[in-house]
Design a protein around this ligand. Sequence first.
Ligand code: UT7
Length: 350
Amino acid sequence: MMQHAAITGWGMAVPERVLTNADLERMVDTSDEWILSRTGIRERRVVGPRDTTTSLSVAAARQALETAGLTADDLDLIVVATCTPDQFLVSEACLVQGELGGNAAAFDLGAACAGFVYALSTATQFIRSGVYQRVLVIGADTLTRFVDYSDRSTCILFGDGAGAVILEASDEPRGMLSTVLGADGAGYKHLYIPGWGAFVPESAGIFPEYRPYLQMNGREVFRFAVTAMGDAAVESVSKAGLEFDDIDMLIPHQANLRIIDAAARRLNLPMEKVWVNLDRYGNTSAASIPIALVEAQLAGKLSEGANIVFVAFGGGLAWAASVVRWGVAGVSRLARKTDDTRVVAAAAAS
Ligand code: UT7
């Protein structure tokens, strides 16, 4: 029988430190009114000295394991979507595993803000093919470490955080029903961090204090995002064999309220069916969709069998969309190493 990859656990973590629009007014030439009307953001969470991509990822992962009723020893694979790993050698996934324990396969995946949906797609293939049974997928970024707080066009946008889900094999159509992935590498300079990697620009050599900063052409990214998000979302619904009316919730990448509005309009969805939290977190890159997912679940918006659209865009330029069916139906308790009754009880109730 064809295996599906149900989401059986979820968790999120954000730093404690809050950076409000009023704080930014004191740092650069901007205003709360401009930021709110152009983006929808009121405040964002920003890493403090002790927060790292790893610490946020581990906190989110522990919650996800807890809700799934699993331990790290039960995992077959850990995939971390991030463009801000704490180190390049070793992978963020290995750093996370070092804290969680276990010996699952572990690797990182880079698709910037679209990374979580890319990683979920990748992990789903491992389960569908029967290779693995239980996978931890994390979307985590600490982009504020690369934000130039004298550049008003970028510093207002970003926040930090991590979100995690557990995927488990299911006999029922749960988890990803469709996947749309794409990229346009010709546009990479519209959103990138020059010098953050093995290649360091020659000019950096003259400045010993050289620090890479995120650079963005906001208007180009905006134009790209409106088209890419809308097209990918629409395609994901038709690939899943569904109509717009079948969609219960849109969980978009949280970058700009105007971009989210445009995507919702393309799917003909009222804003009550769209989860928006960028007012509180800003753009947390690969973490934005799993954080929004956890909040929507905690708010009681997702019931067994609900059809959710995930859609994201970002640096690459890359985009990704997917229809995900919520719930744990068809997840077998017998397949688990850890004996847990919660999933079984939830499945029986559905
Ligand atoms: O995950 C992907 C991450 N990236 C994105 O999502 C970015 C997508 N793009 C955007 O969200 C929008 O393009 C921005 C929010 C970045 C900018 O909004 P916009 O409506 O496209 O503004 P703009 O860049 O066209 O700039 C309009 C004006 C400019 O002034 P002039 O040239 O008209 O005099 C900017 O200098 O607004 C000015 N401006 C600001 N003013 C106050 C730019 N940033 C600010 C600011 N405060 N923070």
